[in-house]
Write a new protein. Structure first.
Length: 366
């Protein structure tokens, strides 16, 4: 396995070498994963321009950690193509991490056209703006494990498996992947890299858990809300299996992919899976039981729910390509991911930033 000029450098050394002093455009920086990414990039010494909607009411991780002090924040819609193009042209980024999205399956049933617009056209507007940069730029577009045509057979999906999407969210992210592939072939073709100097990859991550997520219809936030209100946690799909992972697992993958892509743009301009090992799986009920056990209180119920929108019952990712070619590995088992997450939610407000940074440093040094 060839790891490029960085050899076997660990996360801390490799990431600082790659990102310190570099201009990084981070879309979706006010969201759950975006805020974690913002803290990590700031700690590495990157010069960060954020582009996102304002944090949603009641889901203000970004505000609680003082996000505006960590970056030059632009509050705008990814679908505002003129604004987006002007920001990119003015900033002249070295790296782009595209996390801006409508990220929720249930909401995609409620607002399908909005979901398609943000996730597909938003990606297109971003890549179209980057196309006119007259400098080297390394781009990582974040999609999801749900881009595959999931037949729920237990198959662990590989990067070259067929794309699909039952629900609007999954379909929109599969569409974003097709947009990425089209721009990579049409405008950022590896055979002409020396001319355009743009390298683009996509990252497909599993179900992410971690502190700072207060989104509706996500299992950990639902648990925390139930415990804090003294209410039973309602478990919708207790036997559904997901590739659960702590938030720093995929973020570390994204940063590693960006570093490899920047070093060898022709080799790594592709799609990549980031998830747990296939033998490390839990169903929803097991996750709920372990989370409640770690928190030390709470209880759950599993009422029959009629007329609920379809959500996949079984989903697995094959991460062999990322392991063998990127030299990426999950550092935590699912049980460890749940423990890291619940420890975060037991904090008091003044500790949010320092504790989050501490978890990043602990994880990076594993």
């Amino acid at each position: 396995m060839r790891l490029g000029k960085f050899g076997n450098m660990n996360y801390c050394g490799l990431f600082e070498h790659t990102y310190k002093g570099k201009k990084v455009l981070l879309t979706g920086h006010t969201g759950f994963k975006g805020t974690w990414m913002l803290i990590w990039l700031h700690q590495l010494g990157a010069i960060i321009k954020g582009y996102a909607l304002a944090p949603e009411e009641g889901n203000d991780f970004y505000t609680r950690i003082g996000g505006d002090s960590l970056c030059d924040s632009v509050i705008a819609d990814i679908r505002d193509k003129d604004k987006l193009k002007a920001v990119i042209n003015d900033f002249q980024p070295d790296f782009v991490f595209h996390l801006a999205a409508q990220p929720l399956v249930i909401r995609s049933y409620e607002e399908p056209l909005y979901t398609f617009d943000v996730n597909i056209m938003g990606t297109g507007y971003l890549l179209e703006a980057i196309r006119f940069l007259e400098k080297k730029c390394t781009i990582v577009v974040i999609t999801t494990d749900k881009v595959y045509e999931n037949r729920e057979t237990g198959q662990a999906y590989k990067e070259d498996d067929k794309l699909g999407g039952y629900d609007p969210y999954s379909a929109s992210k599969a569409g974003a992947e097709i947009v990425v592939s089209s721009y990579r072939n049409s405008f950022f073709n590896s055979s002409k890299y020396k001319i355009h100097q743009k390298a683009i990859a996509s990252a497909r991550a599993g179900n992410v858990i971690g502190g700072g997520d207060w989104s509706k219809n996500r299992i950990i936030p639902d648990i925390i809300r139930g415990i804090e209100r003294g209410e039973d946690v309602i478990v919708r799909n207790p036997v559904s299996v997901r590739p659960w992972q702590f938030v720093l697992e995929p973020l570390g993958g994204y940063l590693l992919l960006g570093a490899r892509l920047n070093d060898e743009p022709v080799k790594f301009a592709d799609a990549w899976n980031f998830g747990p090992h296939t033998d490390d799986v839990m169903n929803v009920r097991q996750v709920v039981e372990q989370a409640i056990s770690i928190y030390g209180k709470g209880k759950y119920v599993m009422p029959p729910i009629i007329g609920q929108p379809h959500e996949a019952g079984l989903l697995n990712l094959d991460i062999g390509k990322s392991v063998s070619e990127l030299a990426w590995q999950p550092k935590l088992r699912t049980a460890g991911a749940i423990e890291y997450t619940i420890d975060w939610y037991k904090l008091s407000a003044p500790e949010y930033y320092n504790f989050t940074l501490g978890q990043i440093q602990k994880y990076a040094n594993k």
